[in-house]
Design a protein around this ligand. Structure first.
Ligand code: ATP
Ligand code: MG
Length: 428
């Protein structure tokens, strides 16, 4: 017996029985984006390694230790994308999408990070991503956040909290950075190894530390919100007043700095109490310097990404995972003539009833076993085409979810009768 082959650690199969909430999330996101005028962009999963080094930053967790980087057969260093923004900016520059134009776009798909796999943290995971390029904000900042809030509302998700902060501009951050470094140097003995290393390269990232031993020293650190330049402060106020007007609650969290180097001004994160320590379900921020940093014009931009695995888990926990049935109508076929005609009858029903899920029994079996399959399919109705009925041009219509008895219906009237019984009930 050959050995079975295992999947790679941290990379999950989404099985047919589990794909419902994924489809629900992706459908709701797609519809919401369309309602706001955001168009889809589809990009390669593999990019040159330099793209991520230059955008995400050398001193970040992602670039330091999480990238799937390898040499291809031509000796070029390539990396499986750990996030979407860098690729979007590369594509926007390369295709001239920002020449006298602005872009509102979204994309979705797998991302790859070599992290320690645990609940809510995987090596291949999926994001839905929204970006607005060419808009200085804060109107578009508010719009992007409203769009995410609408997705939660549409899904029926509860218990999400929006954390909000402003990082100012790179210039104003420089002043804050010095204050921060001075503070942490004064507390050097309490810093863990990671933080000591970051003190020179990326001191703001210390605020992002998840080490409980660091909590106290971080709580005492000076706040970035006290060091904003006037324009960033008014940008932040403009965003807050728009969110207030839209009735979107938020918590200003001056310690929210986000893991990537390229953010400026607005940063935010939607968090939940329901998922343990993997509590961020959607994060984003403004990256006004990135397009220029990657060789494009100086174009302001902002975006967010939601983690599909974490949202899907929340949908499950909150009983919102949706319909798990596969059929609305199940065709039970008895005898050679009915079997031969059954597929045709099903095709005609599908023509007449678009959107209604019709499963035809394949592979024969007794009436009893076919009816069992019909029941398991979740169908509301079984259509029974037996030898004798078929010869008379009729079918049995057997309700499977209520107490009504079986009825006899002319095959020619099946569509009308089914539409009366099933349409409207199907998929809630
Ligand atoms: P975290 O703090 O949980 O590591 P992050 O700041 O690294 O998150 P982002 O890079 O902002 O996350 O990605 C956006 C979203 O993608 C996160 O809010 C989260 O929901 C999801 N996400 C990030 N990394 C993973 C992962 N390894 N597995 C599953 N989901 C992830
Ligand atoms: Mg991370």
């Amino acid at each position: 017996m050959p050995e079975t082959i295992q999947a790679i650690r941290g990379m999950n199969d989404v099985l047919p029985a589990d794909s419902g909430p994924w489809q629900l999330l992706e459908r709701v996101a797609r519809e919401t984006f369309a309602e706001y005028g955001y168009r889809e962009i589809r990009l390669p999963i593999l990019e040159r390694t330099d793209l991520f080094k230059r955008s995400i930053g050398e001193m970040t967790d992602i670039v330091e230790k999480e990238m799937y980087t390898f040499e291809d057969r031509g000796g070029e260093s390539v990396t499986l994308r750990p996030e979407a923004t860098a690729g979007i900016v590369r594509a926007a520059i390369a295709n001239g999408l920002l020449h006298n134009q602005r872009q509102k776009i979204w994309c979705s798909g797998p991302m790859f990070r070599y992290e320690r796999p645990q609940k809510g943290r995987y090596r291949q995971f999926h994001q839905v991503d929204a970006e607005a390029l060419g808009f200085p904000g804060p109107d578009v900042d508010a719009e992007l956040i409203m769009m995410s809030a609408r997705i939660w509302r549409r899904l029926g998700l509860e218990g999400l909290t929006l954390n909000l902060n402003s990082l100012g501009t790179p210039e104003s951050r420089r002043g804050y950075r010095e204050t921060l470094v001075a503070y942490f140097r004064g507390h050097a003995p309490t810093l863990d190894e990671d933080s000591r290393r970051r003190l020179d390269g990326n001191p703001l990232r210390i605020l992002d530390s998840k080490n409980p031993a660091m909590r106290e020293v971080i709580a005492g650190a000076p706040l970035i919100t006290d060091h904003l330049d006037p324009e960033s402060a008014s940008h932040f106020a403009g965003l807050r007043s728009r969110l207030d007007a839209a009735g979107i609650g938020y918590v200003v969290n001056p310690r929210l700095v986000r893991g990537l180097d390229y953010y400026s001004r607005t940063v935010f994160e939607w968090v939940t109490m329901d998922l343990g320590s993997q509590d961020a379900v959607c994060s984003g921020g403004r990256y006004d310097g990135l397009v220029a940093q990657l060789g494009g014009d100086s174009v302001p931009a902002i975006g967010w990404a939601l983690g599909e695995e974490r949202i899907v888990e929340l949908l499950r926990l909150q009983g919102l995972a949706g319909d798990e049935t596969v059929a609305d109508v199940y065709l039970v076929l008895g005898g050679a003539a009915a079997e031969a005609a059954g597929m045709q009858v099903a095709e005609q029903l599908r023509d007449a009833l678009p959107g209604v899920r019709i499963e035809t029994n394949c592979g024969g079996g007794s009436f009893k076993s076919q009816l069992k399959r019909a029941d398991r399919s979740g169908a509301y109705c079984a259509v029974i085409l037996g030898e004798e009925e078929f010869s008379r041009g009729v079918a049995g219509l057997k309700p499977l979810r209520d107490e009504q008895g079986q009825a006899e219906v002319a095959i020619a009237d099946l569509a009308t009768e089914l539409s009366r019984r099933v349409v409207g009930r199907a998929r809630g």
